[in-house]
Design a protein around this ligand. Sequence first.
Ligand SMILES: Nc1ncnc2c1ncn2[C@@H]1O[C@H](COP(=O)(O)OP(=O)(O)OP(=O)(O)O)[C@@H](O)[C@H]1O
Ligand SMILES: [Mg+2]
Length: 208
Amino acid sequence: MIKILIANPKGGSGKTTLSTNLAGYYASNGKNVCLLDLDKQQSSYSWVRRRPEHLSKISSANNRDALAKKKNIEIAIIDSPAGIRGDKLSDAVKEADWVIVPMQASTYDINATQEFIDILKAEKAVRKERTFVAMLGMRVASRTKAAENLAEYLNDSGFPVIGNLRNAQIYAHTAEHGISLFEMPAYKAKKDLEQWAPLLKWIKNLEK
Ligand SMILES: Nc1ncnc2c1ncn2[C@@H]1O[C@H](COP(=O)(O)OP(=O)(O)OP(=O)(O)O)[C@@H](O)[C@H]1O
Ligand SMILES: [Mg+2]
C-alpha cells in the first residue's frame, strides 16, 4: 500500500480539496483507494458518503485502525487536519511514502507554512528519501505578484513544485457532489485537468 499524506498545518490551504480529487483520480483509474480522514471535521469522510452510486468506489476511514483493517487497499490518501504539530505531525510524515503540501500564495499562508517546511526538512525519513515531499500552489492566480512570491518561496523550499491549481468554482462543485475533476465531463474540467498534469506525472514517476 502506498500512503500519500496531504498536509499543511495552515487551515484552508486546500488539503481536503486535493485529497478528495486525488482519491477520485485513483478510483477512476481502477485503483483500490482508501481516504483516511484524520480531521475531526470529517470533510473528506463525508465527501465519500456523498459519492454517487455509479462512480468507482472509494473506501473511507476516520482512524488508522479502520484503515489497517481494510483489505487490498493499493493507495491510502491521508487528509490531515489544520493545526497538526509535534508528534502527531512527525508520526504522520514518518508513516507516509509521499507527502504533498498544498499552499496558497498569501503572505499569511507563506509565513504559516515555513515552520512546517523546516520540520519536513529535518525529518529523517525525508532526509533519507524514504518519504518524498512535493509542494503544490493552490488557488494561485497566474501572473500576479502573489504567485511570483509563492513560486520564489517554493523554489527555495528545496522540494519540487508540482504545479499550481487555479481558483476555480469547479472545486466547490466536486466537494458538494462527492465527485472529482476526473469524473466530470472532460470539456467542463479541461483547463483544470491540464493543471493537474505535472502533479500526476510526479506521482507516476514515484510509482515506477
Ligand atoms: N483551487 C481551488 N479553487 C477554488 N476553491 C478552492 C480551491 N481549493 C480549495 N478551495 C476551497 O477553499 C476552501 C478550503 O479548502 P479545503 O477545505 O480543501 O482546505 P483544507 O486545507 O482542507 O482546510 P482545513 O484546514 O480546514 O481542513 C474550501 O471551501 C474549498 O472548496
Ligand atoms: Mg480539510
